[in-house]
Design a protein around this ligand. Sequence first.
Ligand SMILES: *Cc1c(COP(=O)(O)O)cnc(C)c1O
Length: 361
Amino acid sequence: MKVISQPNANPVPDADREVMVNASGFGKFYTDNMVIAQWSEADGWQDAQLQAYGPISLDPATAVFHYGQEIFEGLKAYSQPDGGISLFRPEANAARFNRSAARLALPEMPDGAFTETVMALVRQDRAWTPAKVGESLYIRPFMIATEVGLGVRPSNKATYLLIATPASAYFNVANAVTVWISTEYVRAAPGGTGEAKCGGNYAASLVAQKAAALEGCDQVVWLDAVERKWVEEMGGMNLYFIKGSGADATVVTPKLTGTLLPGITRDSILTVAADLGYKVEEVMLSVDDWRDGVASGEITEIFACGTAAVITAVGMAKSSMGTWQTADGNPGKITLQIREHLLGIQHGIIEDKHGWNVRVC
Ligand SMILES: *Cc1c(COP(=O)(O)O)cnc(C)c1O
């Protein structure tokens, strides 16, 4: 897929952009450009266009509005010590995007096209990448079904889009989040779309997020759909549990059963934790294991991980089965160590032994 570049002729002036990058939050401001590419069953993928960021116009009968045929990704570009910029594991996002596409009956992208379009946008809008460690340029690729018509069928047209937004810290690192373990709602069931990164999963999760907020919680923890017993994920992030402490600690994460989203941060942490000398396990972990583990002191730390927030500690857990707290409720030592190590690799401060960083410019 070629990227035809016709960048924004009126980019945000330097001074205004700097104000936005410094007060970025998450998803508040978007860069000067975006990428768009069209696919049809008849003609396949057309060249991608890099053009000024702005609204797109769609017929009200476009498939995505009615049946939710949409997928997305999230990855980040990180500033490097020499002033350059690197992407973190973009090929892993590309592979997952194609797996999500297959599940949602959307077209897969040609080999290399995903990363090429991401590189083109980041190179063009590189000035929007914050320089500070822990901040980044968040890139959101997505694909929507664009056949016009209300008939229920896999769309014969699709549009791929790429937008980017400067991102400062998603959660305050010093604070642990409080979670609501939902026994009423489930995120994903066997045979469903839990492994795919699709908007529909999120649409169905928002009511539980609301219920969590009513309970005074920041986030929802999802249990498996069948037994409502096994811990799966937290909101849009994977979970980690630390058993024991110091050099003998074991770093544990729920096993990928087909209903969890296989996070790239989750996968990277399995490697980073082992590199740091910890035992690492992928297991089935129940709510009882969680409650009993924090009560006995066997579980010493809990954190959630994902591209947007990287790593955030989990302090208090509330549910219909009671309320309990991880250790003293504050982010733990190993949580912070893993976070710092991963961010160090992403920012080029710690050696990238596994070849995860892809240099853009
Ligand atoms: C995106 C996502 C994650 C985290 O995946 P990363 O690749 O680490 O960003 C976890 N759970 C859900 C439901 C997600 O959508």
